[in-house]
Design a protein around this ligand. Sequence first.
Ligand SMILES: [Zn+2]
Ligand SMILES: [Zn+2]
Length: 397
Amino acid sequence: MSDLLSKCTVCGALLDEEDMFCANCGTEAPRQTATQTAARTATHNFQCTGCGASMSYDASAGSLRCPFCGSTQLEERKDAKILAPKAVVPFAIGRDRAEASMRHWLGQGFWRPGDLARTASVVGMQAVYVPYWVFAADTHTYWTADTSQTPAGARGDWFPMTGEHHDRHAGLLVGASGALTPAETAAICPFDLALAVPPGQVDLDNVTVEQFSVNRKYARPLARMGIEQLVAQTCDDQYVPGRCRNMKVNTRIENLTSEPVLLPVWIMAYRYQERVFRFLVNGQTGRATGQAPISLRKVFAAIGIAVAIVAIILLFAVAARGATLSQMDSTKTVDSPLTAVISPAASRVERQRAFPYTSRSSADRDDAGRRWALRLRSVRPARAGILRQWSVVRRLA
Ligand SMILES: [Zn+2]
Ligand SMILES: [Zn+2]
């Protein structure tokens, strides 16, 4: 809080030199007279034209490359007074452990290419002190929530609760990097701030140090959001028995303080199939986060398997429908002469029924001859009878 000049007369929040009103309660801030900002003079200042990161560099480093985006287009800036950190957490893990941590992380995850951990080549790796704000505050909270533990005799499932909570929050980190995203600076947390040392004990001139790009006044709303989330979680854990829903907190934040600190981060860039990805490792704990490619082969294979399953299901559906149709067809066409002749399995009787005059066997033909003979025999007596009758008529005449 060395770069803060005064406290709000109403709520006690610390005021920045540029503040006209208290950011916490809105009270008009007293006129500032002199700036006593704690600053240090940074030499070897560069700004990356690729990603915009401002940093000071190790003077002894041979080649200059932006640790955040890998660009070599760095513009040298004049020596300048910059915000001095209040504390620095020194590096606890070395280059080898950081790289091992990266390869372990790359090997995880289903959608990553199988050879990613093996074939990814590290193209840049730098130890960088990344700026953070450390916030602390006292909180006074009124909260309401619903719990599912209903008292005896109650009929509803949920039952409202309310209460009050006092707390002290310290060590809340908000990233102040201009090059890393808030998601990235949050993903490598936590850091053990108890191991921080005064900046004088770390040689900040011969190492890459990113400069503060997020002012305190822009970090503060993020800190307030973080504190309210912590308070809501604490109230849930401490006061609400059973299940909890609709936790609402009304938190008054008092004595909000913030300190600039530098935290150790290994920033790496690795190349996989001509693409470059950024990777971060917490320089104190080894916790890793980063960007990783997605295996297109695995995605296409998953899509292919899904399509194949759908196709098999459709095929089964069509086959089942076809079977019922052909069953209906066969019952309908048993009597059809054409199918009876075409089908090799059709019996002789069926073939005969289809074409009765062409497919008879010799026995059948003999049979037919006998029938003709019988018919002729039966015709002859009839003819004789007619002749007889005719002769009788002639005689009468
Ligand atoms: Zn105030
Ligand atoms: Zn850059």
